[in-house]
Design a binder for this molecule. Structure first.
Ligand SMILES: Cc1ncc(C[n+]2csc(CCOP(=O)(O)OP(=O)(O)O)c2C)c(N)n1
Ligand SMILES: [Mg+2]
Length: 326
């Protein structure tokens, strides 16, 4: 790791601010559903906050993000406004897609958030297309595809890595390996220890990193993004993490062995990073508590805004969508 890829104090705090927003937002979403305040499908990302936070501090608004159903952390970190996000997941007119996308199909191009997809593996070819567009137009913007460990067993993963390597596309493939695909454990569907090893088959760098360590994840993201920006082509990052909740809200996750879950939760990256920042005098307890209180207030304000926003009317159903010519 070169010095260029070591986050300075303000960057470390910027990562913490994002992690706090993501973590509190996940908690508030689950509470809103369980108390009947909101009805939505929700794929909790609690435990995976480090990856998008470390990526986002290395990205510009004009860089692209293609994410998945478990991607609200990716979108918030990249800058999706809370009010637009909550209004969309609540199916309201003030949402990013006027309530017609819902929690699995959010977009916010002003911040480069181009697609959220429920089709496993499909974030990668779309990211290639966006990266190709930037390359053809001579821009040095980068396209990031995030996806899960299960998606690395889909054909689109292999096709996308191959094409991106051949055309030297400015794409960063980020596999958030949370050890489970729906209810299926990693080793029962993936025959190799490291997904990052697959990069060798396409002649591109494959980085295996602790996705729960903000400093290590920052370095991996910064290096891959710099490489893509410089026209040197794609990188595959495999970031190891863990999903603290079931696949989707309501899934009790009985298939995760108790000890495995306990070990993962005991290593929760959020309190660990919080304590590290204080121990290294990068922030005081009071400063971090203030950041958390600020995030909480912003989220509450966004929920109230969303629940007061109108539902789209019938006339809205046929606008902004494709239709057959008369
Ligand atoms: C093409 C396709 N196949 C199957 C599914 C059903 N499905 C939804 S989520 C999921 C698991 C994906 O796991 P992973 O890629 O590890 O992502 P995670 O949910 O862990 O973030 C599956 C199989 C789907 N949505 N799309
Ligand atoms: Mg997974």
């Amino acid at each position: 790791m070169t010095n260029a890829y070591i986050p300075d104090g303000p960057t470390q705090l910027a990562m913490f601010r994002k992690m706090a927003l993501l973590k509190i937002n996940d908690e508030k979403t689950r509470r809103a559903i369980s108390t009947g305040r909101l009805v939505m499908s929700f794929y909790s990302y609690r435990g995976q906050e480090v990856i998008p936070s470390a990526l986002a501090v290395n990205l510009r608004d004009t860089d692209y993000l293609c994410t998945i159903y478990r991607g609200i952390h990716d979108m918030l970190a990249k800058g999706m406004p809370l009010k637009d996000l909550w209004a969309e997941v609540a199916g309201r007119m003030d949402g990013t897609c006027k309530g017609k996308g819902g929690p699995m199909h959010l977009t916010y191009p002003a911040k480069g958030i181009m697609v959220t997809t429920g089709i496993v593996g499909s974030s990668m070819p779309i990211a290639n297309g966006l990266g190709w567009g930037a390359q053809l137009q001579g821009r040095d913007d980068v396209s990031v595809a995030t996806f899960g460990d299960g998606a690395a067993n889909i054909g689109a993963f292999h096709e996308s890595l191959n094409l991106a390597a051949v055309w030297k596309l400015p794409v960063v493939f980020v596999c958030q390996n949370n050890r489970y695909s729906e209810h299926t454990a990693y080793s029962t569907v993936t025959p190799i220890e490291r997904i990052s090893d697959r990069a060798a088959a396409y002649g591109i760098p494959g980085i295996h990193v602790d996705g729960n360590d903000p400093v290590a994840m920052y370095a991996a993201a910064a290096e891959a993004i710099a490489r893509a920006r410089a026209g040197e082509g794609p990188t595959l990052i495999e970031a190891i993490t863990f999903r603290f909740n079931g696949h989707v809200f309501g899934d009790p996750a009985g298939y995760i062995p108790k000890e495995e879950l306990q070990t993962a939760m005991a290593a929760d990256p959020y309190p660990r990073y919080r304590a590290k920042l204080i121990a290294e005098s990068l922030a005081t307890e009071a400063e971090l508590a203030e950041i958390e209180a600020d995030c909480e207030a912003q989220i509450e304000e966004a929920i109230a805004f969303a629940l007061n926003s109108p539902f789209p009317g019938l006339e809205e159903l046929s606008s902004d969508v494709y239709g057959a010519a008369a």
